[in-house]
Structures are given as structure tokens and as C-alpha cells.
Design a protein around this ligand. Sequence first.
Ligand code: FES
Length: 167
Amino acid sequence: MSEANSMNLISALSQEELQAIDAEIAHVPYRDAVAIDALKIVQAHRGWVSDESLSAIAAHLHMSADELDGIATFYNLIYRRPVGDKVILLCNSISCWIKGCENLQQRITEELGVELGETTSDNRYTLLPVTCLGACDKAPVMMVGDELHEDLCEESIIRILGGSTTP
Ligand code: FES
């Protein structure tokens, strides 16, 4: 990649984003060591990481976009497509599965009118599956935005998501 192209890509990031990424870089010996942090920073500002943002981050970290995309894809809390205002992360790992997360997923689908991977028509929620949230003793669990909800049942799903629109 030419230096001009690299500069154009880097300018796709805001000054605030670049400063936050540079603050992380200051703590590590290699720029690419902050790959996940950089992705999280941009996602915190934009809600998701577009191809353009990913290329800009990669250029700033002196990595290839393919290499960074591999990391972003592996780390399932980096969103590579637009998401709703809040992401619902429904755990479908073993403890939550034993405790009936499949039925809860069905209840959420009925409540919000979306399947896994979809966003509600009012853009309020995106429903995604997630691997173990580390609260297995409180299974079944889900995150709604930054909030963890434990010991879920159909009634609590309705209470938590109540007032949401169904198409
Ligand atoms: S299996 Fe769901 S929180 Fe661990």
C-alpha cells in the first residue's frame, strides 16, 4: 500500500479514535498487539466496524486488513455489520442450553419479531448468539447492552424486553 493510500485510510478514523488507539499502543512493544483494543475503540464510537474502518485500523497498526479481519471475525463481540441500539447476546453454550435457552430464544423471537442475527425494524435490538458469558451458575443468561440478565425465564424475558415493537 502506498503512503498516500495509507494516510487516506488513517484519516478515515477520527482524531479521538486515533488518540485512544495511540494511548493503547504506548503500553505495548508492537502496534499490532492492540488489534482487539483498537477494534473495540472504533466500535464504541461507531457501533460497529465497517470495512473502511477496519482497513484504516489495519493501516494504523501496520497490519494487513485480512489479518485484522481474521482477528475481528474470531472475536465475536466485534460487529462487522450494523447493529441495533442494543445488542442482545443470548448464551447458547452448554449450561444455558440445558436450562432451556432454545425456548427463550423462541420467546425473544416472538416478542421482537427477529431471528438470531437480525435487527428489529425500529433498530432497537439486534439478537445474537454468544458463547458462554461466564455466569453458568445463573443459567440461562443474556446480555442486553451492557447489562447481564441471569436466571432467565419466559416471564423475565417479557419484563426485560416489554414495550418492544413486534412487526
Ligand atoms: S453456558 Fe451460559 S453462561 Fe456459561
